[in-house]
Design a protein around this ligand. Structure first.
Ligand SMILES: *[C@@H]1O[C@H](CO)[C@@H](O)[C@H](O)[C@H]1NC(C)=O
Ligand SMILES: *[C@@H]1O[C@H](CO)[C@@H](O)[C@H](O)[C@H]1NC(C)=O
Ligand SMILES: *[C@@H]1O[C@H](CO)[C@@H](O)[C@H](O)[C@H]1NC(C)=O
Ligand SMILES: *[C@@H]1O[C@H](CO)[C@@H](O)[C@H](O)[C@H]1NC(C)=O
Ligand SMILES: *[C@@H]1O[C@H](CO)[C@@H](O)[C@H](O)[C@H]1NC(C)=O
Ligand SMILES: *[C@@H]1O[C@H](CO)[C@@H](O)[C@H](O)[C@H]1NC(C)=O
Ligand SMILES: *[C@@H]1O[C@H](CO)[C@@H](O)[C@H](O)[C@H]1NC(C)=O
Ligand SMILES: *[C@@H]1O[C@H](CO)[C@@H](O)[C@H](O)[C@H]1NC(C)=O
Ligand SMILES: *[C@@H]1O[C@H](CO)[C@@H](O)[C@H](O)[C@H]1NC(C)=O
Ligand SMILES: *[C@@H]1O[C@H](CO)[C@@H](O)[C@H](O)[C@H]1NC(C)=O
Ligand SMILES: *[C@@H]1O[C@H](CO)[C@@H](O)[C@H](O)[C@H]1NC(C)=O
Length: 398
């Protein structure tokens, strides 16, 4: 009997270790929290001409992330990671709004800066997809440069900021950006419901009500990014989990910068290759998107278009890529006159998708039942074996 119990106990321990290892797979370990504070146009006595500058300080245990979002020129998001919980942002406003000197925005003390990265939304491109091939290299209309848009003032609500702008030919339409900064780990409220951490911020981009220049128009968004001395030079495409959060999407794209000596990711821009054709994202209005390979850009051109890049960096290494929305056969922009896309930007390694609780429950039921049967079977085998052993023990000696 003791042997049977022993045998069953060892099986229980095995079951328990399977359970705990899957637990850590699902929950993804401990969470890191930051204290957020929001400041609009820090140090400026009045609303500066040419656009607002938002500063969100996210203070952790021994470090600070400074999120800076600015509409002086092309909208730009800059992230500066420091190893001090008391680092500050200093802006020389007259130089900053003149947009022609580097160093007009500084993070101090400079020696505390661990890493910085920035992304510029530089251009919106439109092409006439006459043959429905979704080939963005032909029949391009003149590009809309986001630096030439008329931008609204930033509309703040907590650590969320809304910025909308329009170009001359938009006719009542607008391009809007919504930045959200987070104090702890979680998931976006709407599809694609990306996972965020306290080390990342989310940027939603949507194009609403713009009059397309052709009935069969499709759009592209050009992004330019820098990671200071560590440029964002490659995009990795990973498999991702298809679950209730982003059904039918099996991939996640990560535009990363890494140190020369190691493969550690220092900063990232992450997205799922999906956009939505309606303001309430749903499976029926999902449309796939794809990106081009990152290409080196002229740093000077980018700095000339973005006030924040000019102010913070002196000679940034810039890479750019296009995200194009829609595949052949997908409805054209004209069908709903709406398109939205979401991207995450942060420092350190990008968040990895974990299973949702619904999927965990389904898996627990699906896997648990056979495991219990296995365990019961194991006990039965143990008892049978023990019975067989005792029979052998009492076998008469010839
Ligand atoms: C902060 O740094 C100090 C000394 O370097 C260390 O003892 C402490 O554990 C750190 N705190 C956190 C929250 O990382
Ligand atoms: C920057 O612009 C201001 C006014 O726009 C001009 O007076 C100044 O000379 C410029 N500085 C540089 C370094 O180009
Ligand atoms: C980090 O903090 C220490 C002490 O405050 C400082 O000497 C160092 O230069 C800082 N910067 C980096 C990048 O480690
Ligand atoms: C569209 O198809 C027509 C006929 O096949 C062809 O002549 C034309 O060049 C195509 N246009 C584009 C932009 O591919
Ligand atoms: C600011 O945003 C809120 C919700 O995000 C919206 O209700 C409000 O109308 C906006 N205000 C302006 C002036 O755009
Ligand atoms: C805007 O429309 C005008 C006239 O229709 C045209 O000349 C101009 O090129 C358009 N601008 C852009 C950026 O498409
Ligand atoms: C733009 O808005 C105005 C007023 O709201 C409206 O009269 C006009 O028809 C709109 N134009 C288009 C092209 O929708
Ligand atoms: C966020 O950054 C802090 C400080 O670098 C690090 O300790 C923590 O593990 C990071 N959290 C996540 C979820 O990446
Ligand atoms: C698309 O645009 C064309 C002209 O630009 C218009 O005639 C057509 O009705 C539009 N289609 C939809 C679905 O709005
Ligand atoms: C990384 O390597 C490239 C050439 O391989 C070099 O130009 C660059 O300065 C290096 N960056 C750093 C931060 O060491
Ligand atoms: C984006 O696409 C346009 C049009 O094809 C092209 O001119 C531009 O160079 C592309 N940008 C990048 C960064 O690849």
């Amino acid at each position: 009997m003791a042997a049977a119990v022993n045998c069953a106990v060892s099986r229980l321990i095995f079951l328990f270790s399977v359970f705990t290892s899957s637990q850590s797979l699902f929950s993804g370990g401990e969470t890191y929290e930051r204290k957020l504070s929001v400041e609009l146009n820090p140090g400026s006595p009045s609303a500066p001409p040419g656009g607002d500058l938002l500063h969100v300080r996210a203070v952790g245990g021994n470090d600070t992330l400074h999120f800076l979002f600015c509409s002086q020129g092309a909208p730009t998001l800059l992230l500066v990671h420091t190893n001090s919980s008391s680092s500050t942002v200093k802006v020389n406003w007259p130089l900053f709004v003149a947009r022609n000197t580097s160093g007009s925005l500084r993070v101090e003390p400079e020696s505390s800066i661990l890493y910085s990265t920035a992304v510029v939304l530089s251009r919106l491109l439109e092409y006439d997809d006459v043959n429905d091939t979704a080939d963005p290299t032909s029949d391009l209309f003149p590009a809309y440069k986001l630096q030439d848009f008329t931008w609204s003032r930033l509309n703040l609500s907590g650590p969320t900021a809304l910025l909308c702008g329009s170009a001359v030919n938009f006719t009542n339409g607008s391009l809007c950006l919504q930045l959200s900064v987070f104090g702890s780990e979680g998931r976006g409220q709407f599809w694609p419901r990306l996972i965020h951490t306290a080390n990342s911020s989310q940027l939603g981009v949507w194009l609403d009500g713009v009059l397309p220049r052709a009935a069969r128009s499709r759009f592209l968004l050009e992004l330019q990014a820098t990671g200071g001395a560590y440029p964002l030079s490659r995009v990795e495409v990973h498999r991702s989990i298809d679950d209730e959060y982003t059904p039918s999407i099996f991939k996640v794209s990560q535009w990363v910068s890494s140190a020369n000596s190691s493969s550690d990711v220092l900063g990232f821009i992450q997205w799922k290759p999906v956009a939505y054709r309606q303001s309430n994202p749903a499976l029926e209005n999902a449309t796939p998107c794809r990106h081009s390979d990152p290409r080196p850009q002229t740093g000077e051109t980018t700095a000339a278009s973005s006030g924040l890049i000019r102010a913070f960096y002196s000679k940034p290494d810039i890479f750019g890529l296009n995200v194009s929305f829609g595949f052949p056969g997908e409805p054209f922009y004209n069908s709903t006159k709406f398109l939205s896309w979401t991207v995450l930007m942060g420092v350190g390694s990008p968040p990895v998708d974990s299973f949702s609780s619904l999927v965990v429950t389904i898996m627990a039921v699906g896997l648990g039942t056979p495991v219990i049967l296995l365990l019961l079977g194991g006990i039965w085998v143990c008892i049978r074996k023990r019975a067989a052993d005792s029979t052998t023990a009492y076998e008469p000696i010839n």
